[in-house]
Design a protein around this ligand. Structure first.
Ligand code: PRP
Length: 212
């Protein structure tokens, strides 16, 4: 039997993904060790391999078939825009993609002004402003702490994830528009889905029952 390979997004979703696999009888305890330098973990009995990757790399591994199955946030999947089968919403890691800024910036959105938009998600931001709102803006790509941008005058607004809203509150910013809801998703490589259909569908069914 061939190994089924899983790519899991590092960070916020990792422990919850591992909890879920544990409930399915797929124990990958070693992966939780924060000190390990090991990159890939194998369950010989079940013929399963798993690794953690930078969230934005998960869709890449799955697209090329280096991983059969991936778990990543909908934000990452939208931003990367790869052709994968999204088979399950795991219902955790719930948050929202929003346009945020100081209250004064609301008028720029209302009047469709040419503003600067900072984001870790330039493709999502571009798609929203150009194809949904039909507003011409300048997108500035950042790699983190995006809330700084409107505070120091790099941009008028940001496109970012809002979970509890406390980062916004503590920095005097508000949600100005909501783009879409987000959560952790399971994605499958289309060729793997054909070649390993029975194994993959059985696993998805189990995951689905556990997340209901
Ligand atoms: C994310 C996001 C917001 C924050 C939202 O950042 O970019 O900054 O979480 O959460 P909240 O609404 O509960 O405050 P993350 O911690 O992933 O780090 P980053 O600075 O690299 O974006």
């Amino acid at each position: 039997m061939k190994y089924l390979t899983f790519a899991l997004a590092k960070g916020r979703l990792a422990n919850k993904s591992l909890d879920l696999f544990e409930k399915c009888g797929i124990n990958m305890e070693e992966m939780r060790d924060p000190d390990t330098r090991k990159l890939i973990f194998t369950n010989e009995e079940l013929k399963i391999r798993m690794f953690l990757a930078k969230p934005s790399d998960v869709p890449t591994y799955v697209d090329y078939g280096a991983a059969d199955i991936g778990i990543a946030g909908k934000d990452t999947l939208l931003e990367e825009g790869r052709k994968l089968y999204e088979v399950l919403d795991l219902g955790f890691g719930k948050c929202r993609m929003c346009v945020c800024g100081p209250q004064e910036a609301a008028q720029y959105l209302r009047h469709h002004q040419m503003i600067r938009v900072a984001s870790k998600y330039p493709n999502i931001a571009k798609n929203y402003f150009y194809n949904v709102k039909h507003q011409t803006v300048e997108i500035i790509k950042l790699n983190g702490s995006v809330e700084l941008a409107p505070i120091v005058g790099l941009s008028e607004v940001i496109v970012d994830i809002v979970e509890t809203g406390s980062t916004l509150r503590e920095n005097g910013l508000k949600v100005l528009e909501e783009i879409c809801p987000l959560s952790a998703r399971v994605v499958v490589n289309p060729v793997s889905m054909k070649m390993e259909n029975e194994r993959i569908m059985k696993l998805i069914k189990e995951l689905k029952e556990l997340t209901r």
